[in-house]
Design a protein around this ligand. Structure first.
Ligand SMILES: [Fe+2]
Ligand SMILES: [Fe+2]
Length: 172
């Protein structure tokens, strides 16, 4: 059974994952409006993944004897100056999410809560992958600069991304 502190931290993390889903849907809207459908697709898939994260945590809290309190989700940023800025917002947000997941792991260790510690290992790996992906795309975009042909090439590449729930979900 998880402690009230861990339950509270996971509740807040679920809310943060739901905020992430809305933030990426907001970025998806920005790209859809620009007719950059590959970038829009990338962020729609990203949004689906964040909802998946929230539900994976939801299931864990209940399986571990706790209860989720669904909270209101803050409105994300809705206007962006550039493609690069949209990715910088994403990068900063993912870095913040990594920090908050690490904080829950620290608490789990302090409480000898091995179950939560193990559960969160999947998220630590996921954050590493997400940060690496965003860092990579941001570097590419900075290289691309004002070259619209290169931007459209990356747009085509990002149109290929699809959402498939990771098989590790079954463990949740
Ligand atoms: Fe997430
Ligand atoms: Fe994320």
């Amino acid at each position: 059974m998880i402690s009230k502190t861990i339950q509270q931290m996971l509740n807040e993390q679920i809310n943060r994952e739901m905020y992430s889903a809305n933030l990426y849907l907001s970025i998806c809207s920005y790209f859809t409006d620009m007719e950059l459908d590959g970038f829009a697709n990338f962020f729609k898939v990203q949004s689906d993944e964040e909802l998946f994260h929230a539900k994976k945590m939801f299931d864990y809290v209940h399986n571990a004897g706790g209860k989720v309190t669904v909270m209101s989700v803050a409105q994300p940023i809705t206007a962006f100056d550039s493609v690069v800025q949209a990715f910088e917002v994403t990068q900063a947000h993912e870095q913040n999410v990594t920090q908050t997941i690490h904080a829950i792991v620290k608490q789990a260790i302090a409480e000898n809560d091995f179950t939560t510690h193990t559960f969160l290992q999947w998220f630590i790996t996921e954050q590493l992958e997400e940060e690496a992906l965003v860092n990579n795309l941001l570097k590419k975009l900075k290289m691309i600069g004002d070259n619209s042909s290169a931007l459209y090439l990356l747009n085509t590449e990002l149109a290929q991304r699809t959402f498939s729930p990771p098989s590790a979900a079954k463990q949740g």
